[in-house]
Write a protein that binds this ligand. Structure first.
Ligand code: GPW
Length: 775
């Protein structure tokens, strides 16, 4: 497979060099690729042959596929979106490159020990046949040092950044095959090493062995580890080093490629589109200014015009704690010249604002890149907005919210057209065809072709079969088999027996208070209490449930870890309660990752996407679950809203308060005007009674609901959450209607392919065209 990929990769790179059209560069600190083998076989359409060959050798393809270690260079949705986008870029034949970091350790492996999360390092590079070290492609990157400024004879000022510490970036290339096309794009990941080679021989020879090893290690540390935080900014110096290291190496590479064609600098934006995946690569704006002004000696305005025509910025969150801010003193020490450039960008920007709004003094401090706190901080999102041509959110509600909340002052300045929406999508190759081969085959059979895999709107052809009894049976049969496979996995890994006939209710995603796994587990406790209170006869009428959770907590996120502990504690009690039997089971799946998502998504009847309204920018697992024939329970948040619009509100279990009411509700909590929901109160009392073990362990969770002001509005949404779950139970009893609804829902999911998202970026933001690579 690897050899096949190289052949197509070479062909693609040659074709792209020859046509020399505008290319897209997708800069992301995270690429959550998962496994490659199965995807490569499917995209190259040789899996059937391979399965046959492997079985002739006496092996099973599933076993072989299972040997591969996930490439887990990401935390959650943001990193997986980047991976889906690479798949679509290649499939749609866009000349595109991904640029990222080659972390030696990806996201940690999660173990559950005595009910608690324990983090184990993920050393994944022992055997990785999918990467190609490019020792010929290196870039020296400087940190620290000082700026020397002098005036030339003609009066121009020159800034030279010098005297710093230098490390070397080495390229590792990963081929990205498109589906059913020879186009195989490149993902270039940078690895850090000392710039002087293996050792600093001077130090080494002078006997300072330890210090020379230390220098080497310091250089290697830069690309050593992925920061395991999702939706939170921590502001560590090493993270800023990672960002600059990666951005500087990538820009050097992009500029070198541009220079090969000897075009004028002003053509740069006609040849290059750079997309910033969140603010993590925002330094690219500053670095490109430095290259153009300090090294290429363009005047500031010409350089700034080039820069602001080149970049696009995607925002992925409105959570204030996730917006990146760098302390000015820390930044100045590490990147002194870049700080000066930021100050200049800010100065010219504020001057232009002042000219246009002379009476609005407040506006200047509100939109300044520098926040006048102590210490001062650099607001990276503001820098990204000012330095980009377009800014986009990732779902309609989210894109509206950024315009009315966190970035509203910029609408006044730039007008509304700079801000746009591109709703996220997922690749149907991995998330339908690869993850759910049975469903994919059934759909192909029914539609008479597998064209839907590259044109997902063709799924609409299924709708007319939604009431076809025979088809419904085949459809539900696929679901049953996928649930059986999951039930076996659960049995093998946890010892818990679950009945595949039960309603499988799944919430898998990073653990975060805003995603409200705590509300889910409180709901499970409430269900448990009502089952316990029932007579045998009443119990016999209840729908069996399996509540499945999975997800990692950031190692320093104590509340998230407490939520995991509550889930595991509840599972110990409920699963062993003889009164309850198979009516309710609670499972925590250890170490949720891409390859586990691939067998979880096909096995849900119901999945939960229950963030406090206005907090989840989009969500993408909501799309994966519906595409695999599950229904969802969710709030009016992120892409849930567009899913509702597409599939029809009778096919989604929406509940809870709306984003527009969240501020008022929070205000009411702050002023003590809300009593806790009675069902939630019962749940809290039960926890405090010690039913799930030492209550002190969970005190933080209870406190957050009471004195903590219930910031995520669990109490406000709890009643409607529980009553909506009752509707789910009722709906599940009617198998024919359930089958009908899931078929109709799948038939209307065409919009949520990442192919549609990528075509929107290409047309509305990048202005790039596909390149057809000959067979
Ligand atoms: F905070 N997302 C994520 F915006 O997975 F940077 N990690 C992150 O650190 C951030 C966002 C950041 C997610 C969003 O939470 C999710 O709603 C969205 O679907 C996904 O990014 C892709 O856009």
């Amino acid at each position: 497979m690897r050899d096949r990929l190289i052949i197509d990769w070479n062909k693609t790179q040659q074709a792209h060099t020859l046509v020399d059209q505008k290319r897209v560069y997708y800069l992301s600190l995270e690429f959550l690729m998962g496994r490659t083998l199965d995807n490569a076989m499917l995209n190259q359409r040789i899996k059937d042959v391979a399965v046959e060959g492997i079985s002739e050798l006496g092996f099973r393809m599933e076993d072989l596929i299972d040997q591969e270690h996930d490439a887990a260079l990401g935390n959650g949705g943001l990193g997986r979106l980047a991976a889906c986008f690479l798949d679509s870029l290649a499939t749609l034949n866009y000349p595109a490159w991904g640029y990222g970091l080659r972390y030696r350790y990806g996201i940690f492996k999660q173990e559950i020990i005595d009910g608690y999360q324990v983090e184990v390092p993920d050393y994944w590079l022992d055997f990785n046949p999918w990467e190609f070290p490019r020792h010929d492609i290196t870039v020296d990157i400087m940190f620290y040092g000082y700026v020397r400024r002098y005036t030339e004879e003609d009066g121009t000022t020159v800034n030279v950044w010098e005297g710093g510490e230098v490390v070397q970036a080495v390229a590792y290339d990963v081929p990205i095959p498109g589906y059913d096309t020879p186009t195989t794009n490149n993902l270039r990941l940078w690895s850090s090493k000392p710039s002087t080679g293996e050792f600093d021989f001077q130090k080494f020879n002078s006997g300072d062995y330890e210090s020379s090893v230390r220098d080497q290690q310091r250089a290697e540390t830069i690309s050593a580890v992925l920061y395991p935080n999702d939706n939170i900014d921590v502001g560590k110096e090493l993270r800023l080093k990672q960002q600059y290291f990666w951005v500087a190496a990538s820009l050097h590479d992009i500029v070198r490629r541009f220079k090969k064609s000897h075009r004028a600098w002003t053509d740069f934006p006609l040849q290059v589109a750079i997309q910033l995946n969140d603010t993590h690569p925002t330094l690219a704006i500053v670095e490109l200014m430095r290259i153009l002004v300090d090294k290429e000696h363009l005047d500031w305005d010409t350089a700034w015009n080039i820069v602001t025509e080149t970049f696009g910025y995607t925002n992925h969150t409105v959570l204030p704690e996730a917006l990146e801010k760098w302390s000015v003193p820390l930044f100045q020490n590490l990147l002194p010249r870049h700080l000066q450039i930021i100050y200049d960008i800010n100065l010219f920007f504020l001057q232009s604002v002042e000219r246009r709004f002379p009476k609005d003094r407040e506006l200047l401090s509100k939109v300044s890149i520098i926040e006048e706190s102590n210490p001062q901080v650099i607001r990276m999102a503001y820098l990204a907005i000012i330095g980009s041509k377009k800014v986009n959110g990732v779902a309609e509600l989210h894109s509206d919210l950024i315009k009315t909340t966190i970035f509203k002052d910029f609408i006044k300045i730039f007008g509304p057209d700079k801000f746009t929406n591109v709703t996220n999508g997922v690749t149907p190759r991995r998330w339908l065809h690869q993850a759910n081969p049975r469903l994919s085959a059934l759909i192909s059979k029914k539609l008479g072709s597998d064209k839907f895999l590259s044109d997902l709107n063709l799924l609409s052809g299924l709708e007319k079969f939604a009431d076809d009894k025979e088809f419904q049976k085949e459809w539900m049969d696929v679901k049953y088999q996928n649930k059986q496979r999951l039930a076996k996995y659960i049995k093998d890994t946890t010892g818990i027996s679950v009945d595949p006939n039960a309603l499988f209710d799944i919430q898998v995603k990073r653990i975060h208070e805003y995603k409200r796994q705590q509300m889910n587990i409180f709901g499970v406790i409430s269900r448990y209490l009502s089952l316990k209170a029932m007579t045998k006869e009443e119990r016999a009428k209840q729908v069996q449930r399996v509540s499945i959770f999975g997800g990692k907590a950031a190692p320093g996120y104590w509340m998230a870890k407490t939520i995991i502990r509550l889930i595991t504690a509840v599972s110990e009690v409920v699963n062993n309660d003889v009164d309850i039997g198979d009516l309710l089971k609670v499972v925590f799946i250890e170490d949720y990752n891409v390859s586990k998502a691939e067998f979880l998504c096909p096995a849900s009847d119901l999945s939960e996407h229950i963030s406090t309204a206005g907090t989840e920018a989009s969500g993408t697992s909501n799309m994966k679950f519906v595409l695999n024939g599950g229904l969802i329970i969710g709030t009016c948040d992120g892409a849930n809203i567009e899913i509702t619009r597409e599939i029809g509100e009778e096919r989604i279990f929406l509940f809870g308060n709306l984003a527009e009411d969240v501020e008022d509700l929070r205000h009411a909590h702050r002023y003590g005007k809300t009593a806790m929901d009675p069902a939630l109160k019962e749940v809290c009392d039960e926890i405090e009674k010690g039913t799930f073990g030492e209550p002190g362990v969970f005190a933080g969770l209870i406190h957050a609901l009471t004195d903590g002001g219930d910031y995520y509005l669990v109490s406000d949404d709890f009643a409607s959450y529980l009553s909506t779950h009752k509707l789910v139970d009722e709906a599940f009893k009617d198998t024919a209607a359930w089958a009908h609804n899931t078929i109709v829902a799948v038939s209307r999911m065409g919009f949520f392919t990442s192919d549609r998202a990528i075509n929107e970026y290409a047309d509305e933001i990048w202005n790039v065209d596909p390149v057809i690579v000959g067979k």
